[in-house]
Design a protein around this ligand. Structure first.
Ligand code: SF4
Length: 330
């Protein structure tokens, strides 16, 4: 039997190349090896977007269309919306009963996000409990492994600590400690060299028009020491080169040599990259156009996913309620 994994994505905006290299390409590969549950994490999105909840609905459909266009296959994987399975919140509450406050306050990503995200008030009760909901997401499906990047490891460790406490308190093996499926996700920088993000407006969207892609790539920062065409470039210091390395590893060596030997100018180098990215996205965009002609099918996929997710979630919650003696016959 295949091992089960769970992963999710917050529907906070349109998907971009960062999502493709950071998660979707990996999800696509994992589908054949694992029983995959892929979740649209709308409750998680609301934790930061609670002042603007109307954007979620639009993003959910748009993101799922991108998932499918990138190769997530509803025949192989369960695709569902977190808030449509009420058990996520129930288990999250139950786990919050036993999660020490200090564990959450010390969580490095919590502190980092409070520091870095300054345009929203994240000093809320829900946001502090973000990793508890994450633990509930994983444990509800008894996922044996979770695909994570290194930065997500502290959250997973917190889940594992919660599992140990649950086991100790209720003398049960109901939950096993999920393992990290460390993904070698490439970290794609945004066009300006910072983390690629919609809020920095430094991204290339998966559904972006070719003309916009050309303009965006032409405006990318390059090696600051290369001023004249004849100056040898330092590709390792150039973000454009990092795109070649990530998306077109076969061309990496050539791109590196022609830059350092100044046999190509930055404008031409970026022009070539733009055309290659456009070609890379073309089949994804064609599938997207096709899928958007039948939105009813997307709703069907999500509804089938919900039924599958519910069938697992209900069993887990019933088990947990039994363990906690939350079963009254009044
Ligand atoms: S030639 Fe290409 S890789 Fe070299 S600095 Fe210019 S844009 Fe960057």
């Amino acid at each position: 039997m295949k091992k089960r994994i769970l992963s999710g994505m917050r529907p906070t905006g349109k998907l971009h190349l960062g999502h493709l290299v950071g998660a979707l390409s990996n999800w696509t590969k994992l589908q054949s090896e694992y029983e995959c549950f892929f979740m649209v994490a709308d409750w998680h999105a609301l934790m930061s977007e609670y002042e603007n909840p109307q954007m979620l609905k639009e993003n959910i459909l748009d993101n799922v269309v991108d998932w499918l266009s990138c190769g997530i296959d509803p025949e192989k994987s369960t695709i569902f919306i977190q808030s449509q399975v009420a058990e996520h919140l129930e288990l999250s509450f139950i786990l919050s009963l036993i999660t020490p406050l200090g564990l959450l306050e010390r969580c490095p990503t919590y502190k980092e996000q409070l520091r870095e995200i300054t345009n929203r008030d994240l000093s809320t009760y829900a946001f502090l409990g973000y990793p508890v909901l994450q633990a509930a997401d994983i444990l509800l499906y008894k996922a044996e492994a979770v695909p994570v990047g290194e930065d997500q490891l502290p959250h997973l460790e917190l889940t594992r600590q919660i599992v140990r406490k649950f086991k100790h308190l209720y003398k049960t093996d109901c939950f096993a400690e999920p393992k990290a499926l460390l993904t070698e996700a490439n970290r794609l920088l945004g066009l300006d060299g910072r983390k690629m993000s919609k809020s920095y407006n430094n991204y290339i969207g998966l559904s972006e028009e070719p003309e916009i892609i050309r303009k965006k790539i032409q405006n990318m920062f390059t090696d600051p020491q290369r001023i004249r065409l004849t100056d040898p470039g330092h590709p390792r210091k150039c973000n454009v080169f990092s795109y070649y390395s990530i998306f077109f590893p076969d061309l990496k060596q050539e791109a590196e040599q022609r830059c350092s030997k100044s046999s190509i100018g930055c404008t031409a180098c970026k022009k070539e990259l733009a055309e290659k990215i456009i070609s890379l996205l073309e089949p994804i965009q064609a599938r997207r156009r096709h899928l958007l002609k039948d939105k009813g099918r997307i709703h069907e996929i999500l509804s089938e996913g919900r039924v599958k997710a519910l069938s697992v979630a209900e069993k887990t919650i019933s088990e947990v309620r039994n363990l906690l003696k939350i079963k009254y016959e009044l």
